[in-house]
Design a protein around this ligand. Structure first.
Ligand code: UDP
Length: 334
């Protein structure tokens, strides 16, 4: 099978590329390396079944040819995360909105009907008051702080653009709303909580819990996430569906800090940082986030293989190896 992955040198995209190469597929990755990294795909660069194009999807002149060649397209290229959005909202409009439309137009022009999976985000649910977020829930975005919701709106717009093209041009589209995803190759530069806590715990620095740490999240291992995406993209039942992808074990950020500290056998102090200090402004955090995964389980045979503790143990081992504190042979493969 020929697979095109936009954003395929990023954290999730590179694991997806790895999965498909392991399955024997041909993989074409396009990535502008804005947050993606060449190191994420370095292992594949010499493979004849792997092609890498360093390009921005908004301007890439190879897009039409790549779309025409693909049996399956994963559209992951995006400016990701609320805080990066706040730094450069215009870039979000260009990459997330114009980029998605350009990818859909390329599929239209190809005249083919590939399997298409578009990555959306749990952020689209906004301040959902329900304990578990279901795909049929109403979406609750606040009217104030207009730029705060730019990312969520860009992802909702992507969903809408993709559905419009799929309906009109008859290709198989599935939208995956990705919940918090963690695992190897996720870097801490963008403030993501798990890589931050792991690095802090293994180096003995204070573990920085924002606010009082009562906010909750549910973390999925990226190696599970990409298997779910593959199953969804190939499921005959999934086209036309928006599906949550993640894990449904909820944990407070304070308990997460305690868990990471305990698993790393670390003496790090847990410190509480006000949101204002952490984000440099009056940031409105999501208080809780947990997916209902019934639809994912109904549409696919997906089962999780990783627990939060197993992923954290793996990340601690990797962080120690990177810091030269451990032999790399102790690492889990993948
Ligand atoms: N967080 C934290 N300490 C950190 C980084 C993040 O307490 O060093 C909190 C953050 O405020 C949020 C949660 O952890 O409540 C998850 O943050 P992340 O950026 O990983 O994901 P998202 O906010 O997109 O769910």
């Amino acid at each position: 099978m020929k697979i095109l992955i936009t954003g395929g040198a990023g954290f999730i995209g590179s694991h997806l590329a790895h999965l498909h190469l392991q399955k024997g597929d041909r993989v074409h990755v396009v990535d502008d390396l804005s947050t993606g990294r060449r190191a994420n795909i370095a292992l594949h660069l010499g493979l004849s079944r792997f092609t890498f194009s360093e390009a921005d999807i908004v301007t890439w002149d190879g897009l039409n040819d790549a779309a025409r060649a693909a049996d399956r397209i994963y559209h992951l290229a995006a400016v990701v995360g609320v805080r990066r959005t706040l730094e450069d909202p215009v870039r979000v409009v260009k990459t997330n909105i114009a980029g998605t439309e350009r990818v859909m137009r390329a599929i239209e022009k190809s005249g083919r009907r590939p399997e298409v999976l578009v990555a959306s985000s749990s952020e689209a649910y906004g301040f959902n008051p329900r304990p578990m977020f279901s795909e049929s829930d109403d979406l609750l975005l606040h009217s104030r702080d207009h730029l705060r919701w730019c990312y969520a709106v860009s992802k909702l717009t992507d969903e809408f653009i993709a559905y419009s093209y799929a309906e009109k041009f008859g290709f198989k589209l599935t939208v995956a709303r990705l919940f918090n995803t963690i695992g190897p190759r996720q870097v801490e530069h963008y403030g993501m909580v798990v890589p931050n806590f792991v690095k802090q715990a293994v180096t003995g620095r204070p573990i920085t819990v924002y606010a009082d740490g009562s906010q909750t999240r549910s973390f999925a291992d990226v190696r599970d996430t990409v298997r779910a995406l593959d199953l969804l993209a190939g499921s005959p039942l999934a086209p036309g569906e928006t599906v949550n992808v993640g894990a449904d074990q909820e944990i407070s950020i304070l308990d997460l800090a305690r868990l990471v500290r305990e698993r790393a056998d670390s003496q790090s102090e847990i410190v509480f940082i006000p949101y204002r200090e952490a984000y440099g402004e009056d940031f409105e955090d999501i208080t809780h986030r947990r997916p209902c995964l019934d639809k994912l389980f109904e549409l696919t045979s997906f089962q999780h293989r990783w627990t939060l503790t197993a992923t954290i143990d793996d990340l601690i081992t990797r962080a120690r190896a990177e810091l030269g504190l451990l032999e790399t042979k102790e690492l889990h493969p993948g």
